[in-house]
Design a protein around this ligand. Structure first.
Ligand SMILES: NC(=O)c1ccc[n+]([C@@H]2O[C@H](COP(=O)([O-])OP(=O)(O)OC[C@H]3O[C@@H](n4cnc5c(N)ncnc54)[C@H](O)[C@@H]3O)[C@@H](O)[C@H]2O)c1
Ligand SMILES: [Zn+2]
Ligand SMILES: [Zn+2]
Length: 393
């Protein structure tokens, strides 16, 4: 089959690879009809390179049709239309019973000390072949699937594997009080959906980014926006001016480790990327690689006693944190990979024909798999209006 494979920093290719096969009775093989590129894939494209192996198949936003099942996949049948959560979870362990699916005890990557295995996401998360391919092997398929109705176009359900539940969890974890205000830092696909969900729930929403078309896109849906390009140095003051001098109840960080700003951490990250692989991985793991610009903004902006919800991915282990401010301001900090299936029942009713979240025209690009290398470049550089890219194998 054809698949998008990783070969080095800023080097992804589309290649011929062996077809996946059923290996366990709990496996299924799914033929991809839509498989998106995620902002998290950009971390593999550059900063997390030390945890990748040339030839790894990337991608973790799958949807398609079940082609083949093992003998123990429960109610999952050949021909079913499904979205596949980006994490593999068994559905019956202690963590899954607590709906903490990203901590599944059956798929946890114990040799790395990390949580549930993820599709196409580095040695840290099990080095499982990813979804930007014609076919995907789905382990723990008896639970790792979301059955979809026939009829509506792929666009309707294409974001259930990751970014829509991720944005939902970001808003839940933000614990915005009724009628309260939330600032969303980063208006990529995750931040954009977080704005839409927060608006839907009736909160006041202020979005921050530095990419003009991303600001315009959420502004068109009624979100107040602040351009970081104009307010890089006084963002906190501008937001406080908009919120009675106090700051918002909640801040969602939908940026993560590649934040614009903080040149010092950027230098460390770059140095680690240039080192030989066997040295770079421990340095990235131990020395902390994150650019913390967005997180520092969140800590500055949020009101005293407010909540910061992190959905942007961080990967460092020695990130300097302003503990005095966090403690003094009595800030609640909540974070983590999204427990996808935890939120699906709440989201599904909104994926209706009247499309309140605007999923039907959320994608800016729908491209053949073969065009993935150029799509990665354009999405990373945030040019040509690239916001959400679907690949069509
Ligand atoms: N927790 C999860 O389960 C989960 C799931 C999916 C994605 N993510 C993470 O969420 C983050 C966003 O994903 P995305 O697909 O929207 O990515 P993206 O890269 O398209 O979006 C990030 C946006 O942040 C903006 N930005 C950069 N620095 C900023 C700053 N200092 N202040 C405000 N905005 C800034 C960028 O211009 C960009 O528009 C990524 O870190 C991704 O890895 C997490
Ligand atoms: Zn993702
Ligand atoms: Zn489990």
């Amino acid at each position: 089959m054809r698949a998008v494979t990783w070969h080095g920093k800023k080097d992804v290719r589309v290649e011929e690879v062996p077809d996946p096969r059923i290996q366990e009775p709990t496996d299924a093989i799914v033929r991809m009809t839509t498989t998106n590129i995620c902002g998290s894939d950009l971390h593999l494209y550059e900063p997390l390179a030390a945890f990748m192996t040339p030839g790894d198949i990337i991608g973790h936003e799958p949807m398609g049709i079940v082609e083949e099942v093992g003998g123990a996949t429960g109610d999952l049948k050949v021909g079913d239309r499904v979205a596949i959560p980006f994490q593999m979870s068994c559905g019956h362990c202690w963590m899954c019973s607590a709906q903490l699916y990203t901590q599944c005890e059956t798929t946890q990557v114990r040799e790395q000390g990390t949580g549930a295995a993820l599709f196409g996401y580095t040695k840290l998360y099990g080095q499982v072949p990813g979804a930007q391919a014609e076919y995907l092997r789905v382990p723990q398929a008896q639970f790792t699937h979301i059955k979809l109705p026939e009829g509506p176009p792929d666009d309707r359900f294409a974001y259930l594997s990751d970014i829509l539940p991720t944005a939902w969890q970001a808003v839940e974890y933000a614990a915005v009080p009724d009628g309260g205000t939330v600032v969303v830092l980063g208006l990529g696909p995750v931040g954009d959906f977080a704005c839409r969900i927060a608006m839907h729930k009736g909160y006041r929403v202020i979005g921050v980014d530095l990419v003009v078309d991303r600001l315009a896109r959420v502004a068109a849906r009624g979100v107040e926006v602040v351009d970081l390009e104009q307010h890089g140095d006084d963002l906190g003051d501008v937001i406080r001016d908009l919120t009675q001098g106090r700051g918002p109840d909640s801040v969602i960080d939908a940026v993560g480790m590649e934040a614009h700003g903080s040149p010092a951490t950027k230098a460390v990250q770059k140095a680690a990327g240039l080192l030989p692989r066997f040295i770079a991985a421990p340095i990235q793991e131990v020395a902390g690689v994150d650019r913390l610009g967005a997180l520092y903004s969140a800590i500055d902006i949020v009101r005293r006693g407010g909540t910061i919800s992190l959905s942007g991915v961080y990967g460092g282990a020695a990130d300097p944190m302003p503990m005095l401010t966090l403690f003094d301001k009595q800030i609640q900090l909540r974070m983590g990979q999204c427990n996808v299936k935890r939120w699906v029942d709440e989201i599904m009713p909104l994926l209706s024909d009247d499309d309140p979240l605007g999923v039907d025209d959320f994608a800016t690009h729908r491209l053949p798999l073969e065009e993935a290398p150029e799509a990665y470049r354009a999405f990373q550089e945030k040019r040509d209006g690239y916001i959400k890219v679907q690949l069509k194998p």
